[in-house]
Structures are given as C-alpha cells and as structure tokens.
Design a protein around this ligand. Structure first.
Ligand code: CA
Length: 422
C-alpha cells in the first residue's frame, strides 16, 4: 500500500485511518440522524459537507442528508467509489481538495466520536444469519447431538442459514436484557419457564447489501461484488437453553430473536480490498451455482473481550477470551448471496447477512461460550471469578481489525452488558 497522510491528526493505533473511511449514522445537534465517516477520533459529518455543496457532482445531496444509508446503498459501486475518493481527497495532505474542507467551519464539519450517539446506520429490511464455520458447526453438532453425526449431511453442500429478526438489531453499547423462556431441565420430560441460565454470544461478521435484484432473478456468484457494500461486527446473542428446547424441527427462534448487536461503522469492501485472500479448499466441490472462484475470503483478525461487574469495580482491564480469524470461514459471501437469491428471492439495499459464529480449531479461538466452556463443563477464568455462560453485569465486546505493517483498518467494537431479566 502506498503511504498516505492526512492533515487531520489520527491517534496511533486508531481503527479509523485514512485507508478505512467507514460509514455510520449519529444523532446530530439538530436532533436528526446524520450520516458520517469515521476518521481518527472524529466523525466527518456528511450532511454538513453535502450542505456546503461539495458533493453535488457525485449525487443528489438529499441522498447524503437522509437519516439512514439505504438511498446511498442503492446507488451502487461506482458512486460508492466516487464518494470514497472525494472524501479521501479532502482528508489527504497531498491533494489540493483539502483546502475546500478546511475552509468550512471545522466545528460544523467534524464531530468528536466520544460525544456522538451512534445509531443503526441503515433500515434493515431482512436479516439472515448463516452457519458457515465448519469448526463451529462441528462443535455445536457434538454438543447438541452427542449421539449423532456432528456435521449434518447437507452442510458441505448448502450454506446453512436461518432468517433472523431485523427489528431487534441494536447498536454497540445497548444493554441486553436477559431473556426468559421455556427450557427443559436435563432428565425431565416437562419444560419450565424462567430467565435463561445459558446466555451466550456469537462472534460474527455480517455484510450489508447495496442494490437489490428483481424478484425471480438470482444474483450469480460473479455478480455478488456489485451487491455487497461493506461489513460490520455482529453479536448474535443466544440463549442456549431456550434454543436447545425449541430448535427442532424449524430452527432458532426465541433463543436468538431478543437482541443482536452490531458495530456502528460499516467498513467498505473497497477499504478491505488489500486484505482479500483465498478461502479454504471446499471438498466436495459445491454445485455450479456456488462455485465462486478464489479470493473471496478476507484476512480479518477478531477478538472477544469479557469484563465482569467485579472486574470493572476493581479497575481490571477486560480479559480477551478468544482470538480468531475470518479468513478460514468455509462458505464465503459470494456463495452466501448466490444461495440466498438462487430461488428468486429479492434482496434490498441495507439487508444484513451475518456469517455465523467464527470459530478456529482450538478453545482459545472459539467464537461462543458454549464452545469455549464445552456447554458449561469447562469454566474459564475471568479475574478472580470463573464463567460458563454470561451473568448479569457481564460486558462482552467484539473487536476486529486488519493489519499489514503500519497499515491498519479496524471495525471499532460491538459491545453489550447483560442486565437482569424483567
Ligand atoms: Ca449465529
């Protein structure tokens, strides 16, 4: 990567370097949501930049002054690229365009991230969650079906998924109320009702869609890139006891639908381009409509941090309980999108398609507590406490970043604290 500098100060180790420029939405002083781009510790207010007429040659300013990204997502890759280049030109030391931005009142165009209240940046019409890590699918198969085959016979042929609940997708920092529901105690034939005793996380990355397709016209793998805007972190909070009792025969429902947390900044596929890489070999070869070719994986490092209420009271730093990578996921985004639409399903701008739990091969790389603690049988340490599943007051933070030498882009975080059942 060529080295690029910004005239704006970027703190060392920042996720939001000039190479990144992710999109989000924040509550502005006028009470409305403004679209913005994260840069260093600041947000560049796109609403204000559009107001100054600096982007009128790229698109109608009403698109950049909408409260959510959906109209911009609908414009497609050429417009996305044009705006990205323009914003970079404003912020680069070596390009003349920066003077135009500097002329604007800086306090009107830049907002401190520390002061900003972020919102889910798009209206999410549909949310689908895949199951694309072979390690995770195998682990859960062993735990939920100890007497059967760990991997179902369809798993290597179909990117397995379920349809999630978009209306309960929440932004980083939103408290998570412990769900109540039915669970069946071991050895009993009758269910009981009450707060979940096996509340868990799922470490995932999700893609946000751009332009949709017409109903009845599938998106082939070779066109997938035209329909994928960028990625966010996803925590698919899961109540394992509710899930275990309800999931057969139709799949996850109330064990998942109570909340899903996403990170506030959408990291674009353009920013991630330097980190494209080959995925794992698929054996057996999938059906022709799922053959995506190479270089559809992305080398993204991931971490899960746990901070208990006691750890915070003691001033302890959060404990990193898992570190893994996105690049080993068995099914890739092109295959997932081709599969979603192969029956003619129409997608729309702003849909969210999550990867499924990202697990590596060892317990310190598993993306959920049910795997890390093997369904609660092997507790892990957190400060001077142990954990199997989450307790009230526990805060879980997902992080992700890509690094190569001194070149770094990051996702920020997706965090949530468990509060007692109501
Ligand atoms: Ca999931």
């Amino acid at each position: 990567m060529p080295h690029i500098e910004s005239w704006l100060e970027i703190p060392a180790g920042s996720d939001f370097t000039i190479y990144n420029l992710p999109y989000g939405a924040f509550r502005a002083n006028d009470g409305r949501l403004h679209l913005g781009i994260a840069i260093g510790a600041k947000i560049l207010d796109l609403h204000a930049v559009a107001d100054a007429g600096l982007l009128d040659d790229i698109c109608d300013r009403r698109i950049l002054q909408a409260e959510r990204l959906n109209p911009f997502l609908a414009l497609g890759r050429e417009k996305w690229k044009a705006l990205r280049l323009r914003i970079a030109a404003f912020l680069r030391t070596d390009q003349a365009a920066d003077a135009r931005l500097r002329e604007l009142n800086a306090s009107r165009v830049f907002v401190d991230q520390a002061d900003a209240k972020m919102a889910v940046p798009m209206n999410i019409g549909d949310y689908v969650d895949f199951y694309s890590s072979i390690e995770h699918a195998t682990n859960l198969g062993k735990i939920f079906r100890p007497d059967g085959e760990a991997l179902m016979p369809n798993w290597r042929h179909i990117p397995i998924a379920y349809h999630g609940r978009s209306s309960t997708i929440v932004i980083d920092g939103t408290p998570i109320v412990r769900p109540s529901g039915q669970r069946k105690p071991p050895g009993s034939n009758m269910p009981v009702f009450g707060p979940s005793t096996k509340l868990d996380i799922e470490l995932e990355v999700g893609f946000v869609t751009g332009p949709g397709n017409k109903l009845g016209e599938p998106i082939p793998v070779e066109k997938a890139r035209d329909h994928i805007f960028g990625l966010v972190l996803v925590n698919d909070w899961s109540a394992r006891d509710i899930q275990a009792w309800e999931y057969q025969p139709l799949g996850p429902f109330l064990g998942k639908s109570f909340a899903t947390t996403i990170s506030p900044w959408i990291v674009t596929m353009d920013a991630l381009e330097p980190f494209r890489t080959n995925g794992p070999v698929q054996e057996p070869q999938p059906l022709p409509y799922l053959r995506s070719g190479d270089r559809w994986s992305y080398d993204i490092a991931l971490a899960v941090d746990l901070s208990t209420k006691r750890m915070r009271a003691q001033g302890s730093t959060p404990k990193t309980v898992s570190r893994t990578t996105f690049k080993e996921m068995y099914w890739n985004m092109a295959q997932q999108l081709a599969h979603v639409t192969v029956n003619g399903t129409a997608i729309r701008p702003g849909d969210l398609y999550a990867s499924g739990t990202i697990s590596g091969t060892t317990p310190d790389a598993f993306g959920s507590f049910i795997e890390m603690t093997w369904n609660g049988t092997k507790p892990i340490r957190a400060g001077d406490e142990t954990r199997t599943f989450l307790e009230d007051g526990d805060e879980v933070t997902l992080r992700a970043w890509c690094e190569s030498g001194d070149f770094r882009i990051g996702f920020g975080k997706a965090s949530g604290t468990i509060v007692p059942a109501r």
